[in-house]
Design a protein around this ligand. Structure first.
Ligand code: PEP
Ligand code: MG
Length: 557
């Protein structure tokens, strides 16, 4: 048995014979031509044939993987029409007098070099798209037919990397899984695999080679492992895992599509907490009511420089579109404390959790904040967005944030960029100060989201990263529970809603008391959604006396 590990893009166990993806070998000669006009015409014809082909691919992909993901083939058409891309090709043909296929290959190389120098992982990954486009153009210039990759029964498709167009043109009824040496979990191929519910592993490196062609293998999409010719013990272990997962899926299937409703008919929203675009499939798979907390700062971590407006916009827009009109609460940058990025160049502090962080940074470094807000508001035109401001301790902070938002909206209007009019603005309640001011804050914002992780650490005076946390602090401290009640009462007197997005929201022993206190929604990690929903469905809240007693007892009033 041979074991190769990679990064999992999509879970699941899949069996099949390995089929290594072959591409036709392409020979591109470098020639000086006497008739550049003829080469330019060849290019123009190849371009129009490529665009026709991409339109068909887009239609096919829309059926297979949905409109959003099929957009990639529209983006390819846009790149084909890009004036800079075309000007370079024109220059290679008409000025330098090279043959058309060589001109396209050189242009793609030049573009690729520019893209790989970018810090942004997202932009870097677009290199695969440029290669895909240039291969298509060259194929048409050379009058070659497209790659035909026939599959013989259920196959595990292995490759160095797969281009989006290659992925989508495979016979899906025979694809058990994808495994690639390169690639990343945010590449379009990964996105497509995820959307198609096909187990997929990327980043498997050099060990994944053609020599395994035709061998039987099992992909464990949960652990990110490919077992080639697995032994009996491994086969049994994977069967067991599959059964376990199957049982979880059964629970999922039974709740999916059903209303989140208590036994007495009270409807209640359970949202997902996510950290990036790649968490969205899991949120959807777990039938979330929307996204209750998108920790947007994760996109700023583990990189060399700030993400630009376009990258942020792309990510926000995708989450909003994938949520198909369901509410998506995106929290503005909560950088600082344990979530630090070198390039922010923040001063070293003795106690960063209580230092210059989150909204404090945003109010001082307004250039960073405005870039994020511009991306957020532009994305708001594509779904149901709410913006959440972290670490609020004062009413004035919210007022200043709202002023900056108004500036950003004006800028967008002047630039003719559209945005939704009804974006709700919320405050995170995660400091004792915000609890005490929640009556005043409620007048300034549209909703509250209680961050119990920080609220506990600041109320109970214990660092949430302290390894002794659990042994020092009593679980579900009365002070924190009482604070939640204060916040709910203050918000409701102003007609505003309250959700809980800290870890306490997933504590099933507290679900009933949260509902009794009239918390309006809970936002939890995707795998916790169904257990919370199951608990909600078991509750009966019709007896007002009982609810009163529960609260008196739980809060020792
Ligand atoms: C919280 O503090 O409870 C919260 C949800 O935010 P984070 O865990 O990201 O600080
Ligand atoms: Mg917090």
């Amino acid at each position: 048995m041979i074991t190769i590990t990679g990064r999992s893009v999509f879970g699941g166990i899949a069996r099949g014979r390995i089929s290594y993806y072959h591409r036709d070998e392409v020979i591109i000669n470098k020639l000086k031509v006497v008739d550049p006009e003829r080469e330019w015409d060849k290019y123009l014809l190849a371009k129009s044939e490529s665009i026709e082909e991409l339109k068909c691919l887009q239609t096919q992909a829309t059926e297979d993987i949905g409109k959003n993901d099929a957009q990639i083939f529209y983006i390819h058409q846009v790149i084909l029409n890009d004036s800079q891309f075309e000007r370079l090709i024109y220059d290679y043909i008409m000025t330098k007098r090279y043959n058309a296929d060589y001109a396209v290959a050189r242009t793609a190389q030049a573009f690729g070099r520019i893209l790989t120098k970018m810090d942004s992982e997202y932009i870097k990954e677009r290199q695969a798209d440029v290669n895909d486009i240039s291969d298509r153009l060259i194929r048409h210039i050379q009058n070659r037919s497209g790659n035909t990759f026939e599959l013989d029964g259920m196959s595990i498709i292995c490759a160095d990397d797969l281009m989006p167009s290659e992925t989508v043109t495979l016979d899906k009824s025979k694809v058990a899984a994808f495994c690639t040496s390169g690639g990343s979990t945010t590449s379009h191929t990964a996105i497509i695999a995820r959307t198609m519910n096909i187990p997929a592993l990327v980043g498997m490196g050099a060990p994944l080679t053609e020599e395994f062609e035709g061998r039987f293998a099992i992909v464990d999409g949960y652990s990110g492992t490919l077992y080639i010719e697995p032994d009996e013990k491994t086969v049994k272990m994977l069967e067991h895992k599959e059964d376990e997962e199957g049982r979880k899926q059964e629970l999922l299937r039974r709740l999916k599509g059903r209303k989140n409703i208590t036994r007495d008919g009270r409807e209640f929203a359970v949202y997902a907490n996510i950290g990036s675009l790649s968490d969205v499939p899991s949120a959807i798979e777990n039938d979330c009511g929307g996204v209750g907390l998108f920790r947007s700062e994760f996109m700023y971590l583990q990189r060399e420089d700030f993400p630009d407006e376009e990258e942020l916009f792309y990510n926000y827009r995708r989450v909003l579109e994938d949520m198909k009109g369901k509410r998506v609460v995106i929290r503005t940058l909560d950088i600082g404390a344990d979530k630090n990025a070198e390039y922010f160049d923040l001063d070293k502090e003795l106690n960063p959790a209580m230092g210059f962080r989150a909204v404090r940074i945003c109010l001082e470094r307004q250039d960073i904040f405005k870039t994020q807000l511009r991306a957020l508001y532009r994305a708001s035109a594509y779904g149901n967005l709410a913006v959440l401001i972290p670490m609020i301790i004062d009413v004035d902070e919210i007022r200043r944030v709202k002023e900056i938002i108004e500036d950003v909206k004006l800028e967008l209007i002047e630039e003719g960029k559209s945005f939704a009019e009804n974006v709700e603005i919320g405050a995170m309640i995660e400091t004792p100060a915000s609890v005490m001011l929640s009556d005043l804050l409620a007048k300034e914002v549209d909703f509250f989201s209680i961050g119990t992780n920080d609220l506990e650490q600041f109320t109970l005076a214990i660092d949430r990263q302290n390894p002794h946390y659990e042994s020092v602090v009593p679980q579900n401290h009365l002070a924190v529970l009482r604070m939640i009640k204060i916040v709910c009462d203050n918000a409701h007197s102003c007609g505003k809603k309250v959700s809980i997005c800290g870890e306490l929201g997933a504590d099933l022993s507290l679900t009933e008391i949260f509902l009794d206190m009239h918390v309006d929604a809970l936002s939890v990690a995707p795998p916790q959604i169904l257990p919370v929903r199951k608990t909600i469905r078991s509750l009966n809240l019709s007896d007002r006396r009982q609810i009163y007693n529960n609260i008196q007892q739980a809060l020792k009033l």
